[in-house]
Design a protein around this ligand. Structure first.
Ligand code: SF4
Length: 340
């Protein structure tokens, strides 16, 4: 690890020329140890950011310093935001969930192995150097199938951000040039020609709050995650879904995919197929087809297109028929007993 200076609040006040922010440290410290990131000044945000969770006018306002564990266990999240609870629980081990903050978790970096090992060429780590993930013989099995570019095919690895995008979340930020609100779907950028610029945040801009609408569709939700092993693994494909039903007619819905996109992948195309329609098996399968219609899988990732369609259809049908899984069912699903 390259030597660095650790500063503390109030040096962490948003500042375009300021230090790199450290929240829970579960991504930054990891990448510093690998020499992937080498900041010379790091500001620890613990004690500086709000950790409060409050319901205000039909929205849940969450301080960015709140841990993943604290948000997952909040009574309002348990009762009215099941997809958020599921995504947080399935995201990581208890140790990580107790350290990682929700603001930091939105900004976690890709798990592309060619990014995380400095002997490989990577446009995200070193702009313009190339992309060894796209060379002959590379292992691309965990890469993205939606939103890729010639410069980068890495997928966004997180779970919580997928549920957050599905449910129409927004973030509030602080910056010396002005605070602002950014929708969850606008926070992450597509890689295009600049994969090293992952979000729309300006240098020194700090996420201060996360805001989640509390809607009937959000209260009837699920985050369904498929992975290589039954715990502590990143999604091969996942679906964050929410349905408001009038009988078997969908009055509103939320759909986003994880594990397959270069960013958390909300699908307005799939939502449009279902909204206002009967939630028949055929309609749900059409929505799943629509969600993956733009897939452009790199060689070795083709399986993810089918997997993501089936994951989404499974999640929607199960939610239609049985509602959100309780914790016992979620954990049974997590360990694979109901995936035949
Ligand atoms: Fe880097 Fe993206 Fe290529 Fe991975 S896919 S090596 S992150 S440029």
């Amino acid at each position: 690890m390259v030597p660095f200076t650790l500063t503390t609040p109030p040096d962490a006040v948003p500042n375009a020329d300021g230090p790199t922010y450290l929240a829970g440290g579960t991504t930054l410290a990891d990448l510093m140890k690998l020499n992937v990131l080498q900041p010379d000044r790091v500001a620890h945000l613990r004690g500086f950011q709000s950790t409060a969770i409050e319901e205000i006018d039909g929205e849940l306002w969450v301080g960015a310093g709140c841990t993943m564990a604290a948000l997952a266990d909040h009574p309002i999240v348990r009762a009215r935001l099941p997809a958020v609870r599921h995504a947080l629980i399935l995201a990581a081990s208890p140790q990580i969930r107790n350290m990682a903050t929700v603001g930091g978790n939105l900004l976690q970096r890709t798990r592309c192995p060619y990014y995380r090992h400095t002997e490989f060429r990577c446009n995200k780590r070193e702009p313009g150097s190339g992309c060894d993930a796209q060379e002959e013989g590379a292992d691309r099995s965990l890469m993205a199938v939606l939103g890729t570019s010639e410069r980068c095919i890495a997928n966004y690895p997180g779970d919580f951000a997928v549920a957050f995008a599905a449910l129409g979340g927004t973030i509030e930020t602080a910056h010396p040039d002005g605070n602002r609100s950014i929708s969850a779907t606008d926070l992450h950028r597509l890689p295009e020609d600049t994969p090293h610029i992952e979000t729309v945040l300006r240098p020194g801009e700090l996420i201060s709050q996360l805001v989640l609408p509390l809607s009937p569709a959000a209260a009837n939700g699920w985050y369904c995650k498929v992975r290589e092993r039954s715990s502590y693994a990143f999604a091969l494909a996942s679906a964050a879904v929410g349905l408001e039903l009038d009988g078997d007619r969908v009055t509103s819905c939320h759909i986003a995919l994880g594990g397959v996109g270069t960013k958390p992948w909300r699908s307005p195309e799939a939502e449009a197929v279902l909204t206002g329609q009967q939630a028949t098996d055929e309609r749900i399968e059409a929505a799943s087809e629509a969600a993956l219609a733009d897939a452009n899988p790199p060689k070795g990732t083709e399986y993810k297109v089918t997997l993501a369609k089936r994951t989404l259809a499974f999640a929607l049908k199960r939610l239609r028929d049985e509602g959100p899984p309780d914790d016992a069912t979620l954990l049974a699903l997590q360990h694979g007993r109901e995936f035949g």
